[in-house]
Design a protein. Structure first.
Lengths: 358, 230
């Protein structure tokens, strides 16, 4: 199978650097070029990777490299529709970041674009390529806890807004400027927009869809940002399974302009812990543990050194397979639309103070 | 070994590695007809991360590395010592030059000294019942911080998944490409693949010879009751 000629756009997303190693080492890929959205991310890229042509605009890159077959949209949410249009109309396949759009009309336009131009569009929900999650799914599918009664999960991290400022910009993150609630100074676009994974995973694990959602936003632990950073979500699936989801930025961080050593204040910068309770028992899952630990430089703080997880290898392998064999990606736009609708329902519940029925 | 060989073949094919590699056992891979010793612990990610932390500026002024390994009854203490001594000198990037050892039944304790003046301690025992999982711990102590492969306030490895059903079970899966293998098996496949890909046969052969000498030195120390110097 000939290598897939791939490029990246924008380089503003927090996951950008996760692709470097895979794009360089995976023999199924030939990394052709990148386009950068601004001088800051351009310099970060040039400091990290050598030998890959770097362009100042998406159009310039695509014009210079008509051989590009696929693009990773490593961009802020607000740019996704424009870039999808740019790619789809040229017949270029798309790997989108985890939130294509929160605007449902935009979302439908993305689906139309992809179908009309017959390109593959896969959404990056990398948790599916985590070996612990694979085991969890196997155990639950085998009936290890019996009929599932509740699903409780955290997707809690530090806040990326200092290194990736668009994630603290309501318009660039959520797509428009909208108050989180009447009388509240904050806007939609914060921690929730960063954490779709557990909203997707619960549907797969319970084989059901969201029925009701109730959510509350708590006082920010970072009072100086414009968007929410702490929120709690509970509700019920259509099959009766209840859930509790925590998609907060509850791990405090140093305000570094570029992620690196010493970023964490709390020892573990990211946790996805899932507890599934059923008629026959309970299953506790730490998707990113165990690890190696230290309290070394630069800040002498006890720190988790992430040790095992390479989700991007499986994710990119599947993307290539989908393109070469013209398969509908598992995490496709239509499937993911329901996840985004549930996340919008969280914001609606916060705004109204009421349960939202989906 | 069949499952390990299948996984190795998968990696060789995926990454277009042309050399023929056959895993003979957990300690040996045959590459293009030549037996190469496997130091598979060097391919365990936790040890790779400890080595990174030791040398990437996270720790400063390393003083001691402590290791402990408790295995099932009947395990070969010499082979366990071989592994732990290699981990110490490989992670520290400082060769061991002297060894003092004491033993009592299926237990052995060792203090080793590196060329650069660091101290390594190794505590070994083969005292677990059959079926119990090995317990180990590796800790590096420096002027500026400690690194360890066990989380604070715990004595045994944590797992990724705990299942509390009719029985209690635990699972840890660490490699998406080699899903289904146990961590030590993954290390064997990863190292066999690395040797086939990188061609570092000579490095492993030399390390193996040196480790055999260190283990012999420890055995000599058990007899002499004195520190033995390489």
């Amino acid at each position: 199978m000939k290598p897939l000629k791939i490029a990246m756009m924008s380089m503003t997303h927090g996951h950008t650097r996760k692709y470097y190693q895979t794009l360089k080492e995976n023999p199924k890929l030939e990394w052709i070029a990148v386009s950068t959205a601004n001088d800051t991310v351009k310099q970060v890229f040039l400091d990290s990777v050598t030998g890959i042509p770097c362009y100042d605009s998406d159009e310039a890159m695509l014009d210079a490299h008509p051989e590009i077959e696929a693009v990773v949209l490593a961009s802020e949410n607000k740019d996704h529709l424009r870039q999808m249009k740019l790619c789809a109309e040229r017949g270029i396949h798309i790997l989108s970041m985890k939130v294509p759009s929160f605007d449902m009309e935009e979302y439908d336009e993305m689906i139309r674009l992809v179908e009309k131009n017959d390109v593959i569009c896969q959404i990056e929900l990398e948790l599916h390529y985590n070996p612990v999650v694979v085991r969890m799914k196997e155990l639950l599918a085998s009936g290890a806890v019996g009929k599932i009664q509740s699903f409780n999960a955290t997707n809690i991290t530090l806040s990326p807004v200092w290194a990736f400022p668009w994630q603290g910009d309501p318009e660039k993150s959520y797509g428009r400027v909208e108050k989180i609630a009447e009388g509240d100074h904050r806007f939609r676009g914060g921690a929730l927009c960063d954490h779709p994974h557990i909203f997707d995973m619960i549907c797969e694990i319970t084989d059901s869809d969201f029925d009701t959602i109730y959510a509350e936003v708590a006082p920010n632990i970072r009072p100086d940002i414009q968007v929410e950073d702490m929120l709690s979500v509970v509700g019920k699936m259509k099959n009766g399974v209840i859930f509790s989801l925590d998609p907060s930025w509850s791990k405090m961080e140093e305000r570094l302009p570029v992620p690196g050593p010493g970023w964490e204040v709390f020892p573990k910068r990211m946790e996805v812990n899932i507890t599934v309770n059923g008629e026959k028992g309970s299953l506790l899952t730490d998707c990113f543990g165990p690890n190696v630990y230290h309290n070394g430089l630069p800040n002498d703080r006890y720190t988790v050194q992430y040790t095992y997880f390479d989700e991007w290898i499986g994710l990119v392998d599947e993307f290539v397979d989908n393109i070469r064999n013209h398969k509908l990606p598992k995490i496709n736009l239509a499937r993911h639309k329901k996840t985004i609708a549930a996340m919008n329902a969280v914001y609606e519940s916060i705004a109204t103070g009421k349960v939202v029925k989906l | 070994m069949k499952q390990l060989q299948e996984k190795l073949d998968f990696l060789l094919k995926k990454y277009s590695v042309g050399r023929k590699a056959i895993i003979k056992n957990e300690n040996c891979v045959n590459i293009d007809g030549k037996d190469i010793p496997l130091l598979s612990h060097r391919s365990e990610r936790r040890f790779v991360e400890l080595k990174n932390v030791a040398h990437n500026g996270t720790l400063k002024g390393i003083s001691v590395m402590r290791s402990a390994n408790i295995a099932v009854k009947g395990s070969d203490l010499s082979r366990m010592l071989y592994r732990e001594l290699d981990l110490c000198q490989w992670i520290l990037e400082d060769p061991i030059v002297s060894v003092f050892a004491v033993n009592n039944g299926p237990t052995m304790n060792v203090i080793a000294h590196t060329q650069g003046g660091l101290v390594c301690t190794v505590e070994l025992s083969a005292t677990l019942s059959q079926g119990q999982k090995p317990i180990d711990k590796h800790e590096i102590i420096s002027q500026r911080g400690i690194a360890c492969d066990k989380v604070v306030d715990t004595q045994i490895m944590q797992n990724s998944i705990y299942l509390y059903g009719e029985t209690t079970q635990a699972y840890t899966d660490v490699d998406f490409e080699l899903y289904g293998l146990e961590i030590p098996e993954i290390a064997v496949v990863r190292q066999a693949f690395a040797v086939a890909k990188n061609g570092n046969d000579a490095e492993l052969i030399e390390a193996d010879h040196r480790l055999e000498r260190l283990v012999a030195l420890a055995e000599a120390s058990l007899v002499s009751g004195q520190k033995e110097v390489l």
